[in-house]
Ligand binder design. Sequence first.
Ligand code: TXA
Ligand code: MG
Length: 347
Amino acid sequence: MQAPTLILNASQEDHIREAVSLLRSNGVVALPTETVYGLAANAFSTLAVQKIFKAKLRPQNNPLIWHTYNQESARSLFNFSRFNETSKRRFNLLSQAFWPGPLTMVAQKSSIVGLHVNLDTIAVRVPRSEVTRQILRLLDIPLVMPSANISSRPSPTCSNHVLKTLGGRIDAVVDAGVCEVGIESTVVRIDQEDLRILRPGAISATMLEKILGEPAFDTYKSTGVLESPGMAFKHYAPRVDRVILIKPHELETYWHTNSSLVACTSDLVQSERAFKKRSKKALTIALADDPELFAANIYDALYKAEECPHESLVLVLPQKAWDASLDQENVWAAVFDRLRRSAGYKS
Ligand code: TXA
Ligand code: MG
């Protein structure tokens, strides 16, 4: 796309109408959600959907999540009448408990969906952002929305991040400030024998289990099989030569390297000062020890770090992030999953 990207304000009605009109005429517009900003297009328009793949340089075989404004419109995208009782129960309970919110459900698609990236399943989510739900309601058509970044780069949690990688490549961005969750939704497959987590997120296995009374399995961790195509691609990579993930006690080793540092936990404050003394230009970003706050700020830290003229980025994660499992009711496991990928680790 050639024209500059329009910046629209979420609190102005005429700007919202402009976003709706662009989406109606097959445009691509970045919209806020509580997880990350998404790049939206009319899900039923092949032309509009192809613009997303082009703008993001997204591999064609990575399917998109469909977004709707309520449970009913989401249900109509699934082949719900052919679901067995367990799958119906899962859909009903999970949508009541977590929608609108950071949960995506995957199951057999309805025939109204048509051929979507050659899969017989569809991924659906009802986002929490008021403005985005208002846009969905006004349009009354589902929107596909991958994260609004060039593929392989960190996901955007504010409109500036969107413009950094997609500025000039998309029609508009609706600015509604900073996303509160900060990492992408938990993706679950609901129509198989076991409830499966295809991508970890803010909604943990334990939270799912509490609602359903059955265990939730992380298929990748337990079988090594990637059931979500997107999990196989390079992800969340800032523009630095190397991302190194370390534990707090390993920090001294890296004082000597020409690195930027993103540190978290309060006991690192001392070490962080020492790090800075070593290299006047070192960028140090201290993030909160609290996992939810850490998650909300980590992509912003990655974008800031790549502006610093250092070859490598050292990410210090507290021991509890290394030890985290999906069974915990916090997002350390999901954050760790993202940063492992960001550092290019294979397992
Ligand atoms: O929080 C989110 O989910 C954000 C916001 C914008 O809603 N969206 C997002 O989309 O993260 P994206 O495209 O970056 O990631 C979608 C993930 C990919 O890993 C993709 O492979 C998976 O969902 N996915 C989509 N459809 C699927 C399907 N039918 N079966 C399995 N995985 C699917
Ligand atoms: Mg993405």
